[in-house]
Design a protein around this ligand. Structure first.
Ligand SMILES: [Zn+2]
Length: 486
């Protein structure tokens, strides 16, 4: 097991990435068909910060649940439990939570490896600044308002953790999840978030202006594409339909984009992303790069940020060290024999092909980079969720006996569906649910917006929030260990 501390404190960032991934699932996706209630969507969101809850509880399950070997155990545990029958409510809830948990470590692995190696090269910004900073920026800029209902399937995740011979009690997890959940209160306290965000514009200017830039590899806005692929891969694994070649879910740059021969190391690096851990020692022998003349090309290989070279990585980075010839084609060949964390071995050759950037002014077809379009997001999304401003006002104005109502309504395609959750956010974190149907709403909008409405938070709550963040979350961010730089 890789046990170097990887630490990420961006509770809201994780939920935002996973949420966007759900919204960008294709219309053909089976997952899109069944992940269609507020409760299931909220479970993916809650799972998305579960691994960090172990850090804030000071329990070993935090580190454990970040990594691919645990996710494999979790998948196996649910496969055993449901024996291929996943259409019941509890199976769907377990799987939705698993999606979130798996997404978290995967998101960390991509962000820490791809994005932060770039930010380190550009302005020496690392995780200690970027993790909390990005969370504050995201929330203070109004880019997320996600506040899931606080419910998750405790028993199944405990069972999976215990299957790794790690001792854990419900009380450990309750402690961690309650503390981590408090950090989500940031989204309902814009003034507090803005104050917390302010110093980061100066201390990490490049990250502050690029953390959600789709064009930057590993950014929050680019990750959802890969996270969606991760969900699909886990779903196939659960059903026993996954094949070893499906462990590859993409690269940055994507095929059709050009290889760079100059500029930052980060610009010249190609990252390959996998839906499950690839056993690192098996890749050294099984990755060959050739140019289109069949000439073998030399390269350097790096694994995820926290790897010791003998672990399972869900991302690798390849830096070609032979000078590239402008306009020439290069083939990255992953040969049979690469082993995944679930024991499967790649039995076919998997190739990725790129052209190197041409000389200035070249007009050949091969010199034209493919434009990768940003996934649509926000209110115009194709619709796993629908939220209506009027409804939120309506609900927020109801006499719920709370001073802060926060709402997330899930409506799917042509029907008004399921619950809306109105969460009272006081120090006791009491949840109140109401039925959308009771409110008599008929209008339908598609989208993945999450909005909040309600009165101004009392100063007590803001102060308490800052106290909590400082005590339980920021403290964890500062526990950095040695960083393995490329
Ligand atoms: Zn983390």
């Amino acid at each position: 097991m890789p046990i170097q501390t990887s630490n990420a404190c961006g509770v809201n960032s994780h939920m935002w990435i996973s949420d966007t991934a759900m919204c960008r699932l294709s219309d053909q996706s089976q997952i899109r068909q069944w992940l269609n209630t507020q409760k299931l969507v909220d479970l993916v969101r809650l799972g998305s910060f579960f691994p960090d809850s172990g850090y804030v509880a000071n329990h070993a399950y935090g580190e454990l649940t970040h990594w691919s070997p645990f996710i494999n155990t979790y998948i196996e545990s649910l496969k055993n439990k449901y024996q291929g029958v996943f259409d019941g409510t509890s199976a769907k809830e377990d799987i939705a939570f698993l999606f979130g948990v798996a997404a978290h470590g995967f998101e960390d692995e991509l962000f820490d490896t791809i994005f932060l190696r770039r930010s380190l090269e550009i302005e020496n910004t690392d995780q200690d600044l970027a993790d909390p900073g990005v969370d504050y920026l995201l929330t203070s800029q109004g880019k997320t308002h996600i506040k899931p209902a606080f419910y998750f399937p405790m028993e199944s995740v405990i069972e999976a953790i215990r299957a790794t011979n790690t001792e854990v009690e419900q009380s450990n997890i309750s402690l961690g999840m309650n503390r981590a959940y408090l950090a989500t209160a940031l989204v309902t306290a814009p003034m507090a978030a803005a104050n917390l965000a302010q110093p980061y514009y100066d201390s990490m200017p490049w990250v502050a202006s690029h953390f959600d830039d789709f064009a930057i590899p590993g950014s929050l806005n680019q990750e959802p594409y890969f996270v969606g692929q991760l969900f699909e891969s886990i779903w196939l694994q659960l059903k026993g339909e996954w094949k070893a070649e499906q462990g590859f879910i993409g690269s940055v740059p994507a095929e059709g984009q050009l290889l760079e021969s100059a500029g930052l190391i980060a610009d010249r690096t190609v990252s390959f992303i996998f839906s499950l851990g690839m056993y690192e020692p098996t890749i050294r022998e099984h990755l060959k790069i050739e140019d289109e003349m069949g000439q073998e090309i030399e390269y350097e290989l790096a694994f995820n940020r926290w790897s010791n070279g003998n672990d399972y990585s869900r991302v690798i980075q390849v830096l070609i060290t032979t000078p590239l010839i402008a306009g020439r084609g290069y083939q990255f060949k992953f040969l049979p024999g690469i082993r995944w964390v679930n024991g499967s071995v790649l039995d076919v050759e998997k190739n990725f092909f790129f052209y190197a950037r041409c000389e200035m002014g070249a007009t050949e077809e091969r010199c034209m980079p493919r434009v990768i379009e940003e996934g649509v997001k926000g209110g115009a999304q194709r619709g796993c969720l629908v939220t209506m401003e009027e409804e939120m006002v309506q609900i927020a104005q109801m006499d719920m006996g709370v001073d802060q109502a926060l709402l997330d309504v899930a409506l799917v395609q042509d029907q008004l569906v399921q619950d809306a959750s109105v969460i009272e956010k006081d120090m006791h974190l009491m949840d109140i649910s109401v039925r959308v149907e009771d409110l008599g709403m008929t209008e339908k909008h598609q989208g993945c917006m999450q909005k909040n409405h309600g009165g101004t938070l009392g100063m007590m709550v803001v102060l308490f929030l800052i106290y909590v963040l400082n005590m339980f979350v920021l403290r964890q961010c500062n526990r950095m260990v040695d960083i393995d730089k490329i």
